[in-house]
Write a protein that binds this ligand. Sequence first.
Ligand code: FRU
Length: 516
Amino acid sequence: MKTPIRKTAWLLLALAAMLLSCSGDRSKYRIGVSQCSSDVWRDKQNAELKMGAYFNEDIELKFATAYDSDTRQIQQIDSLVESGIDLLIVAPNQIQTISPAIDRAYDKGIPVIVFERKTSSQKFTAFISADNYEMGRTMGKYVVTRLKGRGQVLEVKGLEGSSPAIERHNGFIDAISDAPDIKLVGSIQGDWTEESAVEAAGQWLAENPGTAIDYVFAHNDRMAMGARRVLSAEGRQSRTEYCGIDGLPGENGGIQLVRDSLLDASYIYPTHGDQIIDLAVRILEGQPYEKETMMMSALVTRDNAKVLLMQSEELMRQADKLDLLHEKADSYLHKLATQRIVNGLALGIIALLVVVFVLFYLYHLRKIDLQRERVVNTLWNIKPENVPATAVQSQPEEPEVPQQPEESAPATVSVFITRLKEVIEARLENSDVSVEDLAADMNLSRVQLYRKVKAITGSSPVELLRTARLNRAYHILLTTDKSVSEVAYAVGFTAPSYFTKCFKDEYGMVPGDVRK
Ligand code: FRU
């Protein structure tokens, strides 16, 4: 009876442990995004990357921004790889410097998507960008047309060593070299920021005081506006036109600058973060993908700026609505997550209660065992170390009888025990005494006696009778000169040899040794 209860208790404990160890969900794919810079263009792209990931619940994005520092970007790529990402999306600050870090990631088996800026190595899984050479060339041809083939041009270059700067420059030079009367009066070095163009243009102006500039081509809109700030402030370059690249929508974006005639032209440099995520998912899921993707882009001029702005504003309005929807969904998911935590806590508490209950129950069972042991021991003054294991374990000498709830009142138990002791003590000399006789003396049926004695002491009446006989024998051996056979007969054993065997089992020595 005790064993199934204990089994159930252990089962409950295991269940509780399982509930307690319930762990949270983890996204299937962790994608690291290493951005070289932080600016409006990157902000737009990061928002699109998040949007792309949003539509795919298996994706978790980890962003790192190097703020135009090679060293920082190298460290960030290494630590993204360390953190166990499944794929790396990277825009390397400069071609040569970042390549070793990208190679390390690739060599560790992490798929790498290089986007928009190139690396010097072939260790990448896919490349996605717009065609920077083509953009430079288109801008060059546009400038030639605008100047009707004659005029002085200044170029403001992007960060030295970054692939878009190199390619935009090459495309631009190739285009204007076809026009003999277009003179490139300078190629000044910026680093993609507006401030870098302000500085470079100021220095150029100081070094070339008398040189007129008809057109400024900057590798991005921010630098075009920086150059404009310096050159138009001088008042000398009032007829100078400016063009850049990026053509961002929105407030103070390239399209609006063209519409407002602050820039003469721009070129849309697509961000398309969601497209990059789609590519990442294809790679991660082993679907076919293009090793090299060239994104579409377009020239922004005063002729189409208004329409483009209208369209982009409409798109942004839709995007804002989507954002709002996402926020709502986010807050819903957040609530859901909180609910999960609450549920988890509740489960945890229940599990803890189960554990406490089970431990308490096991403790209680053990206490009952000890109590029974004590009852038997005190009954016949048996020392605990001499109590045979059989006295406290269930040994179905009698046929197993379904147990009734045991009597609990200690007083009733002790009255019963005292009476039982008297009955056994009175009968033990008689070798013919049976359990029926003992039961009759106790006014119980044989079955009732067995059930009660077993429930209280854990031993059967027969075992108790034998223990009492041996205990009496021990006492007689100590206090008289009777022989072992006489003692055996005196305590109701019919065969001295069997008595000796039982005595040895009980006390670990033969009866003769007691007197020694
Ligand atoms: C954004 C940016 C753009 C530019 C591109 C070149 O970080 O500076 O303005 O077109 O990077 O990689």
